[in-house]
Design a protein around this ligand. Sequence first.
Ligand code: SF4
Ligand code: SF4
Length: 163
Amino acid sequence: MASRESPKTTEPSSTELPFWRRKTLAEMSDAEWESLCDGCGQCCKVKLENASTGEVVDTDVACRLLDLQTCRCVDYPNRQKQVPGCLRLTPQLVKSLYWLPETCGYRRVQAGKDLPEWHHLRCGDREAVHREGISVRGTVFSESDFEDLDQVLADWYGFQGPY
Ligand code: SF4
Ligand code: SF4
């Protein structure tokens, strides 16, 4: 009787998987955690919350600390001192922030998904997020462009009250 070789598997072993495929968010080192951010700047848009429903919507205005070209925070280490409403993401928080974009690395890993091909950890190019139109580059105003942001938000979105 002829012997048969066992079928070869094309699945990489768990040790070959990149860290974001084999670790949970809570298991990641600080450096791994920080590298998951693709730098899209989407979470730095000023958001409006419907007081009745709790629904959160994005505006076309970004936080005053967001550099609109790099889409990076200009004072990341002190961001929460400078902007009290700035959220520091944690594994727990990622589970509840439904408004994080579908593309967000934290959201994807939390959902058990791979990072997109344009993510810098996969393609090695931090400009890809901008070329692919994922980032806010060229799509938002800065909060600091306006003297009276509340009035602007009221005019654009019919929004009344603090944001
Ligand atoms: S939405 Fe996610 S990936 Fe984009 S800047 Fe915010 S934390 Fe980073
Ligand atoms: S303080 Fe920095 S990280 Fe926080 S929302 Fe503003 S730009 Fe984004």
